[in-house]
Ligand binder design. Structure first.
Ligand SMILES: Cc1ncc(COP(=O)(O)O)c(C=O)c1O
Length: 452
């Protein structure tokens, strides 16, 4: 069914969407500007906007706005639409499910698709030990539940997170997060018994394994620690890939000390890094894996996959929630997993990574402002610096804004706000990626010639 809203058509087949960058108005265009006015009146500014255009359709590697502009999508809704927005299998599965039933609450009347998603999580997450999974609504909720399980299973209280870490916007998510602005400012007091350890940041030469383990032993004390919560690649922190062996060393320390290792794979999971999970690159098998984002293919869902012996210690009724593993989200998740498996999206992710790293590494030889190029699979970033190697957040903001004005949707990240990150849908074409890199190159040339 098609519906006219403010002059544009909602409900057109997204697969009709031409895979071409196209600017038909300045960015934002007049319709987006009108909607931004309404947004400003109705919605707090605290809910931010990266690109002030309103979406009408999205598919493949393109997001089309209400003015008809088409943007090359290097954001995938922050690592969510990895199989593409409105991916065909997702559309079919969710359409069938919405007609069958929309909700019963899994704890009231279970349904098979929830069990199937959990079986898939148990199968796909690292390690062949006995596991159990359950489902929630978001990444933050997945992390919260991982901490609950670890505390319950160990009888200990302390939770260790890391510099540059991001784990969500709930009380525990904020408490674990390492960056005050914008995530924590004014929102305290935070949850107690949360400690922040150094994270391995090779480009900045901080957080080697010795420093990290010394902090755990001397400042927190192994016997007090229920869980270490770690992103295998720091996402919001700036796509920081820890030094080889750092994650494995941390895992070994956890094993030796009876500490639950929680891998927050919310951003890195489900093919983003060229493997199902980023821990696989380091041969690390976590005790608990928290997932969300790409698992749902655009529908809200989070997963907690835990060692059976740990989660079985939690009392009946201690875990769950009204909407967790909603049938529409489960139908979508199963379609996402099938799409990754059937369409070879792990390989595709690795290919995208090679393409982006090649182009960006070449660019870095021309521009000293690119201090570092890093990433794994289709999770790639550049860190922009000034002449002294200090983070250059203002250049980063200008480059991002100029890319947006040219029809390329990029995101910024990083504890110092100086990272441009690229995380396209895995179904984007090579041609669009190439074009996006060419736009970035032009933008950098312009910015650098006007940078004083
Ligand atoms: C690593 C990580 N953990 C947790 C979260 C929180 O997920 P959500 O926004 O779904 O609550 C995010 C979101 O960006 C994330 O990147």
């Amino acid at each position: 069914m098609r519906r006219e809203t403010a002059g544009y058509v909602v409900g057109m087949e997204p697969s009709d969407l031409p895979q071409q960058r196209r600017l038909v108005t300045p960015v934002p265009g007049p319709r987006s500007q009108q909607l931004m006015e309404r947004r400003r009146a109705a919605i707090p500014a605290a809910v931010g906007t990266t690109l002030p255009v309103f979406a009408a359709r999205a598919s493949g590697g393109i997001v089309e706005d209400v003015d008809g502009n088409r943007f090359i999508d290097l954001a995938a809704g922050i690592a969510v639409t990895s199989v593409g927005s409105s991916a065909p299998r997702v559309v079919d599965a969710v359409t069938a499910q919405v007609a069958a039933f929309t909700h019963t609450c899994f704890q009231v009347t279970p349904y098979e698709s929830y069990v199937e998603v959990c079986e898939a999580l148990n199968r796909l997450t690292p390690g062949d030990h006995s596991k159990r999974s359950f489902l929630v609504n978001s990444g933050a909720e997945a992390v919260e539940n991982a901490v609950k399980i670890a505390r319950s299973a160990t009888g200990r209280q302390a939770v260790v997170a890391f510099d540059h870490g991001f784990h969500g916007r709930t009380l525990m998510g904020m408490s674990l997060t390492g960056k005050v602005m914008p995530y924590k400012q004014g929102f305290g007091p935070f949850a107690p018994e949360v400690y922040r350890a150094p994270y391995s940041y090779p480009y900045r030469g901080t957080g080697d394994l010795t420093a990290t383990l010394a902090f755990l032993d001397k400042t927190v004390g192994a016997a007090n620690v229920a869980a270490v919560v770690v992103e295998p690649i720091a996402g919001e922190g700036g796509f920081i890939v820890p030094a080889p062996g750092w994650l494995a060393g941390l895992a070994e320390w956890c094993r030796t000390n009876g500490v639950v290792l929680v891998a927050d794979e919310v951003q890195t999971g489900f093919a983003r890094t060229g493997a199902w999970f980023a821990c696989e690159h380091e041969g690390v098998v976590p005790d608990i894996v928290a997932t969300a984002k790409a698992l749902g293919g655009g529908l809200p869902i989070g997963g907690i996959t835990a060692r059976a012996d740990l989660v079985d210690k939690v009392h009946p009724g201690g875990l769950g929630g009204t909407f967790g593993g909603n049938p529409l989200a489960c139908a979508s998740a199963l379609a996402v997993i099938e799409t990754i498996e059937t369409d070879g999206l792990l390989e595709r992710s690795r290919h995208i990574g090679e393409l982006l790293l090649d182009r960006l590494t070449a660019l870095a030889t021309s521009y000293d402002a690119i201090g570092d190029v890093r990433g794994r699979g289709a999770m790639v970033a550049i860190e922009l610096v000034d002449g002294n190697g200090a983070p250059n957040a203002s250049l980063t903001a200008r480059v991002a804004a100029a890319c947006h004005a040219e029809g390329v949707l990029v995101l910024t990240a990083g504890s110092y706000g100086n990272v441009l990150r690229f995380l396209p849908p895995l179904v984007i074409s090579d041609e669009l990626l190439d074009e996006a890199m060419t736009v970035l190159e032009k933008v950098l040339a312009t910015e650098m010639s006007s940078d004083h």
